[in-house]
Design a protein around this ligand. Structure first.
Ligand code: ZN
Length: 217
């Protein structure tokens, strides 16, 4: 905790000056983020850092495994579903990114189960939302013998599962129909900080270069 407190002071002293005007304007005018960024709670995945974003740019939702539940299954107490509705209908974001990552502990628990989550009912139930991803990996990726490769495949399939579910949210579907929002599936490789984006044409995750990538619609 002492580290956090020292960090707060360091930021105010050393960094805040660079952002002061921006923070003041954001406080005065409110936020108008361009992107809803849904990613994993994993401490190694920092949306703003790896996209070089500033305060006010991203509306970030972090949850265990960057899972988006199907609209019908989200229930009335699903904070990710609430954030999706808010970001689309109130903030009017133009883009939604779902960003998974390599070495995701949530994907590992989803694929293999873990003794340590056996007695954790909320966590188990949350991961079960992505059970279709487990089924897909078992059916279509049996040829992958490298456990890390299977984990990456699960992270990617989980991103596509989330995008599919997003399309089922009425607020998203309405804006997709008029071209007012674009969906993007990304996967972050922790060891190299490389970002891969889903390209529907090749049905693959391709390294993000400086070329603009179209959304998946
Ligand atoms: Zn994760």
């Amino acid at each position: 905790m002492q580290r956090l407190i020292e960090g707060v002071h360091w930021f105010r002293r050393e960094e805040f000056g660079r952002y002061q005007e921006l923070f003041e304007r954001l406080a005065r005018e409110g936020q108008r983020p361009h992107t809803l960024f849904i990613t994993c709670s994993d401490s190694r995945v920092l949306a703003e850092l790896v996209t070089h974003s500033k305060p006010g740019d991203l509306f970030v939702v972090k949850n265990v495994g960057n899972i988006v539940a199907p609209f019908a299954a989200a229930g009335s107490a699903n904070s990710t579903a609430a954030a999706i509705e808010f970001a689309i209908a109130v903030l009017g974001v133009s883009d939604i990114v779902v960003c998974g990552h390599t070495q995701c502990g949530a994907m590992e628990a989803l694929l293999h189960g873990r003794a340590e989550i056996a007695g954790l009912p909320h966590l188990r139930a949350w991961l079960e939302v992505a059970a279709p991803v487990r089924g897909l990996i078992e059916r279509n990726y049996a040829h992958l013998t490298d456990p890390q490769a299977r984990l990456t495949a699960a992270a990617e399939e989980n991103v596509l599962f989330a995008l599919e579910n997003l399309r089922g949210y009425p607020v998203v579907a309405q804006r997709l129909a008029v071209g007012a929002v674009r969906l993007h599936g990304w996967c972050f490789k922790i060891a190299t900080a490389e970002m891969f984006a889903y390209e529907p044409k090749s049905n693959q995750f391709l390294l993000v270069t400086e070329m603009a990538l179209p959304g998946t619609g």
